[in-house]
Design a protein around this ligand. Structure first.
Ligand SMILES: C[S@@+](CC[C@H](N)C(=O)[O-])C[C@H]1O[C@@H](n2cnc3c(N)ncnc32)[C@H](O)[C@@H]1O
Length: 235
């Protein structure tokens, strides 16, 4: 297996199909409903999507009648699909580590599951702060570290689940979740994603140090609808 890491270009078409057909269960039943439940009033507001990918988030946000939406993402193929799918909005290939916008340009920044791919989160928050108006709001989501807090290891031909500690007196258990660290995930379809996961406290500290006020925080859970069996989702 030698697939490229974070190769969103190769998976853009497939991801767009899966998201628009409700086939990404964790997004449909957990992350997106949580994001919607935390939206501020965005009617008539200027919105920046950071790490928008193929930008299906426009469907959710456009319901609330914003003035404009601009999306930015590293993946050229994703931006190409976004432009075709949502022609009323603007999309650019770009890096969240250097947002190509003026100071005080946006009322609202929405960033779903993207900052988790970036190691230098401090720089991302600095960039967001710069392009946001004084009373602006950022809403973002990131992988929860508990997702990676247990791992199966083979020790003397026996499988164990390990959780919790890092370092210590000779025992180096995998899967600690209180630090900011690299995590590689290999999915069934061979997509390889690299994330830099961190506990909520890590995000809070960075946000506060960069001048933000933390107004709300949620850990997502599945909505009731996920209990209705849909055969298309049983893969
Ligand atoms: C899991 S996808 C999320 C896409 C979309 N926000 C959604 O929720 O469906 C993560 C996206 O972050 C983008 N990304 C990763 N690092 C980035 C960076 N430094 N600057 C801009 N986009 C980045 C990837 O190209 C990818 O499209």
């Amino acid at each position: 297996m030698n697939n490229k890491v974070n190769d969103y270009d190769s998976f853009a078409e497939k991801r767009h199909y899966k998201v628009t057909h409700g086939l990404m269960k964790s997004l449909r039943f957990s992350e997106k409903p949580m994001m919607e439940s935390m939206l501020p009033n965005i009617e008539g507001k200027s919105i920046l999507l950071v790490g928008c990918g193929t930008a299906e988030e426009c469907e959710l946000l456009s319901k609330y009648k914003p003035k404009k939406i601009i999306g930015i993402d590293l993946s050229e193929k994703s931006i190409e699909i976004a432009k075709k799918s949502y022609p009323n909005y603007e999309f650019y290939v770009g890096n969240m580590l250097s947002l190509p916008f003026s100071s005080n340009e946006f009322d609202f920044i929405y960033s779903s599951l993207a900052i988790t791919h970036v190691k230098d989160k401090d720089k991302v928050f600095k960039e967001m702060y710069k392009v946001l108006k004084n009373d602006g709001v950022v809403l973002f989501s990131a992988s929860h570290p508990m997702r990676f807090s247990t791992e199966e290891i083979n020790y003397n031909n026996k499988l164990y689940h390990v959780i919790g500690f890092e370092g210590g007196d000779g025992i180096n258990l995998l899967g600690g979740y209180l630090s900011h660290k690299k995590q590689i995930n290999i999915f069934k379809d061979d997509q390889v994603l690299e994330e830099f996961i961190a506990p909520p406290s890590y995000y809070f500290e960075l946000l506060i140090n960069n001048g933000f006020f933390v107004e709300n925080f949620k850990e997502s859970k599945c909505i009731e609808e996920c209990k209705n069996i849909d055969e298309a989702l049983l893969y």
